[in-house]
Design a protein around this ligand. Structure first.
Ligand code: UT7
Length: 322
């Protein structure tokens, strides 16, 4: 049996930090409200000369260093992003060029906050069927570019960043199961009502921003994390106790706590970094993973569960031996 195993992880956060106190000066909000309702303390925001591809490139370089792989080893690049630099080419192709990788397939997956787990699902299938031996799966976002800084209901929630894992074919267990889903029925609950085919009117008018029905998304996210985690565990004939670390999408600390409670997973075994980088969409899981690996909580041999939920709606999970 061929497994896709995590050979290395890397992440990158822009240098500029915007705290809740900074936001207090920009809009009618308070540090207390933001902490209480979301658990967020600060978020990183890309500089004018930084883009999704530049953040993703740095994360990829760090992950490749950690894995000890060279550009010539890479035979697949998948980027989960909802905020590409350009309409085309893809962020994956831009990163490929800058890494000096030639010829390997490179493409973006647009699944909003679930982009990274969608990417893992795809790369896992490539590796298991012999289509690739060493893949980069990147989650990278510059959500600050689609944030309405005058809307306190959304502006306090998002941040920029990138994370990357190097997956390699191995005889030793790596990814054990992946599941991805979507239901387009809920399009208007979380969307940016502007874009290419809709025309650039909204974009030109400076209104290409995230719009969200926060309450409805909140409830759906909690229920979905529970369902997707149970689906994955059932598939493996396992139980919740088999998971050493739950690494959920980082949108809101209350969502993470509520999901952990429903799953019967103690918070000591949950990786939560939303306080430090807010919701970075497709980048949030690899950012959280990288931090927990670097601070020594997650160790080789641990069993991990990733769970994501986002616009679409899209959702998915990955269970793996690290
Ligand atoms: O990545 C997946 C997508 N995103 C999510 O998963 C996010 C899901 N939703 C959420 O995280 C939460 O619903 C929010 C954090 C967005 C909102 O929390 P809430 O507890 O659902 O608050 P609410 O929307 O019911 O608003 C409560 C009050 C409102 O005032 P009134 O109408 O009760 O007077 C809002 O106007 O809080 C007000 N409010 C704020 N006050 C201060 C909303 N945003 C702010 C703010 N500062 N930034």
């Amino acid at each position: 049996m061929i497994y896709a195993r995590v050979a290395g992880i890397g992440s990158y956060l822009p240098e500029k930090v915007v705290t809740n106190k900074d936001l207090e000066k920009m809009m009618d909000t308070s540090d207390e409200w933001i902490r209480e309702r979301t658990g967020i303390k600060r978020r990183h925001v890309a500089a004018d000369d930084e883009t999704t591809s530049s953040l993703g490139l740095e994360a990829a370089r760090r992950a490749m260093d950690a894995a000890g792989v060279e550009p010539d080893d890479i035979d697949l690049i998948v980027v989960g992003t909802a905020t590409p630099d350009k309409v085309f080419p893809s962020v994956a192709c831009m990163i490929q060029r800058r890494l000096g990788v030639r010829g390997a397939p490179a493409f973006d997956v647009h699944a909003a906050c679930s982009g990274f787990v969608y990417g893992l699902d795809l790369a896992n299938r490539y590796i298991q069927t012999g289509g690739a031996k060493t893949a980069l799966v990147i989650g990278a976002e510059t959500l600050s570019r689609i944030t309405n800084w005058e809307d306190r209901g959304t502006a306090v929630l998002f941040g920029d960043g990138a994370g990357c894992v190097v997956l390699q074919a191995s005889d030793e267990p790596g990814i054990l199961a992946t599941h991805i889903h979507a239901d387009g029925e809920y399009e208007e609950l979380l969307h940016v009502p502007a874009g290419v085919s809709l025309g650039y009117e909204e974009t030109r008018a400076g209104r290409a921003f995230i719009e969200m029905n926060g309450n409805a998304v909140f409830k759906r996210a909690v229920a979905t994390f529970d369902n997707i985690a149970r689906e994955t565990i059932r598939d493996l004939d396992g139980e919740i106790g088999d998971i050493d670390w739950f690494v959920p999408h980082q949108a809101n600390m209350r969502i993470i706590k509520a999901a952990a409670k429903r799953l019967g997973m103690p918070m000591e075994r949950v990786i939560a970094t939303v306080d430090e980088h807010a919701n970075t969409s497709g980048a949030s899981i690899p950012l959280a993973l990288d931090q927990a690996v670097r601070d020594g909580r997650i160790k080789r041999g641990d069993t991990l569960m990733f769970a994501a939920f986002g616009a679409g709606f899209t959702w998915g999970s990955t269970m793996l031996k690290y």
